[in-house]
Design a protein around this ligand. Structure first.
Ligand code: ING
Length: 309
């Protein structure tokens, strides 16, 4: 059976843009996706604000404005209402702030909301790239380790009437463990948002590699786990800092079936046959028949490389 999934790529969000204006852009894309028959929409990572981890802030007073409290937060509420009215489910990436155990916690989070408006669950980004302290020698930073804690929810998978959904965020897509854990939990669709600068401040490399590595990571994940991939970029130049587009929908065969062609707000959609992934999971990637966990020990026993002399 086929279900129409949409990916809503966002163009730039500037520091001066209000969350209210951004949410209206998200609602416009939600309506467009609904008009194209979509039952699910994937929005980007940190969709309500500019990608603020590129900047150096020292105190929560300086950066708390980028975070949301409550689910839905006041800023998100109009999107939740519009989606419920249209009976469209969605993935939304946002900066989460909460008080728990007498402490304040901040995560790079994604929420999954069903077509009936029910909150199905959350994911908190596990693989935080970049540094905690500024490098200081470039035009911008990548300070996710400074502003967010490592996610504490693992890689959950959520059952829905249409498919079992696995959520992850941006840098997670570069780590195959992310998708394999979710596939081992039965994920049939992976949803993720990303904010990927066109320039790598850590290791100078040709610009074309940013798009190549994005596609390579996503297409490998789809094929090696026999799952559909929904990947939504926040793209374009945010206050002069350029980010890649390349939002796409990828079939379990690893083939790109839809791809954004702009670096602006753009909706892509595809009628996804969930059965397409099943044959792959029953043959070349029949985990139960072919995997040999007894030989995979280092993957969870080690963090870094250990050379056995
Ligand atoms: N952004 C980038 C990403 O993983 C990055 C960071 C880019 C890390 C390129 C390493 C190489 O796409 C986020 N937000 O993770």
């Amino acid at each position: 059976m086929s279900v129409v999934f949409a990916v809503a790529q966002m163009g730039p969000v500037h520091l001066a843009d209000t969350k209210e204006a951004v949410v209206q852009r998200l609602i416009a894309m939600l309506r467009e996706a609904h008009g194209r028959g979509a039952r699910w929409v994937t929005f980007p990572e940190l969709a309500l604000t500019t990608f603020f981890p590129r900047y150096i802030y020292d105190t929560p007073e300086e950066y708390d404005a980028f975070f949301e409290e409550g689910l839905p937060s006041p800023a998100m509420a109009p999107l939740f209402e519009a989606a419920k009215d249209l009976r469209v489910g969605f993935y939304l990436g946002y900066a989460e702030k909460l008080h728990e155990g007498g402490q304040v916690h901040r995560y790079n989070t994604a929420v999954l909301v069903g077509p009936d408006g029910a909150i199905l669950g959350k994911y908190r980004k596990v693989h935080l790239p970049g540094t905690k302290d500024p490098i200081g020698d470039g035009e911008f930073e990548h300070l996710e380790k400074r502003y967010f804690e490592v996610g504490d929810l693992g890689f959950p998978v959520f059952g829905t009437p249409d498919a079992r959904m696995g959520l992850c965020i941006c840098n997670d897509r570069r780590w195959p463990e992310t998708f394999r854990v979710m596939a081992l939990r039965g994920a049939e669709v992976f949803m993720l948002g990303y904010n990927t600068p066109t320039r790598n401040i850590h290791h100078p490399e040709p610009a074309h590699l940013r798009e190549f590595h994005n596609a390579l990571s996503l297409q490998s994940a789809a094929y090696q786990n026999g799952a559909w991939v929904m990947a939504a970029a926040k793209a374009g130049s945010e206050d002069g800092f350029a980010m890649i587009g390349g939002s796409c929908i990828i079939a379990p065969t690893g083939e790109v079936v839809a791809r954004a062609i702009s670096e602006d707000d753009e909706v892509i959609a595809h009628a996804c046959d969930l059965e397409l992934g099943a044959y792959i999971r029953r043959s070349v990637f029949d985990f139960a028949r072919h995997r040999r966990p007894e030989h995979y020990g280092p993957i969870t026993a080690q963090t870094g490389v250990e050379i056995a002399d």
